[in-house]
Design a protein around this ligand. Structure first.
Ligand code: PXL
Length: 268
């Protein structure tokens, strides 16, 4: 039977980030994609011009409808918008009965806030302790940990701190680190490093969404966390390297990139 995965996140009508990136990524990994929408953005590759939050009760009803019918084998969250949505999802977690990946989206690639200030506390106190893996970028890891991050050692410290207080696995993504693009995983008291290539391109719109969606798809297929991260990272790297240069701003990745763990670009 085909595995299903659910994303609870925001809509990006230009198709490169959010729900749209998650569904394309699930599909590319051969996983049946389901999507509960937590907010709408009005945006294209040049930026976000408006945001409309979906009421918590509608988010809850979308998730409950999915859980009552086509049960996902893994779930991820993306942009949730604020405290109400985060509290709603946190309350639903005990009914998930599968891994939960939280991408703590706070700011869009173009610098637009996708989480109100009240949401940061709710994210840290309500949602993080209930997830399997949280995947902050450097800016988000700084906010969640209180550690200033300028290098890999700082990223290690931030991952350790978040993992220790929330008692979850933490993947601090190094894509924005000055030296290289190494990611740090804190898992059960141990730090692991995933070296990456720094790719010179402006087309990175939705790379965080795509990465966490790829991890979620692989967890839905039964992969353990470390191989899932390794394969997902190789996919995102290839998707950035072969980005189709669409749009007049920060363009999307190539969601048709190969999904195997090696770097040949071959599809599974
Ligand atoms: O990549 C973060 C992100 C998440 N969700 C939505 C977005 C973005 C970035 O632009 O638009 C809806």
């Amino acid at each position: 039977m085909i595995a299903a995965a659910l994303t609870i996140a925001g809509s990006d009508p230009s198709g490169g980030a959010g729900i749209q990136a998650d569904l394309k990524t699930f599909h590319q990994f051969g996983v049946y994609g389901e999507a509960a929408i937590a907010l709408l953005t009005v945006q294209n590759t040049l930026g976000v011009s408006a945001i409309e939050l979906i009421p918590g009760r509608i988010i809850r009803q979308q998730v409950e409808a999915v859980l009552a019918d086509i049960r996902p084998a893994a779930i991820k969250t993306g942009a949730l918008g604020g405290e109400e949505a985060i509290q709603t999802v946190a309350e639903l977690v005990p009914s998930f009965e599968c891994p939960l990946v939280v991408d703590p989206v706070m700011v869009s690639t173009s610098g637009h806030r996708l989480l109100a200030a009240d949401g940061e506390r709710a994210l840290r106190d309500l949602l993080l302790p209930r997830c399997t893996l949280v995947t902050p970028n450097v800016a988000e890891a700084q906010i969640l940990s209180g550690v200033g991050i300028a290098n890999l050692q700082n990223a290690d410290k931030a991952a350790l701190r978040i993992g220790t207080f929330a008692k979850v696995a933490v993947l601090v993504k190094g894509g924005h680190l000055a030296d290289d693009a190494t990611d740090v995983l804190y898992l059960d008291g141990t730090l692991h490093h995933f070296p990456g290539k720094r790719i010179q391109t402006k087309h990175t719109h939705g790379s965080g969404c795509t990465y966490s969606a790829a991890i979620t798809a692989l967890l839905a297929k039964g992969y353990d966390l470390i191989p899932a991260i390794r394969i997902a990272k190789a996919f995102v790297q290839r998707a950035i390297e072969t980005a189709p240069a669409l749009g007049r701003g920060t363009g999307p990745l190539n969601h048709f990139a190969g999904t195997t763990g090696d770097s040949t670009g071959a599809s599974s």
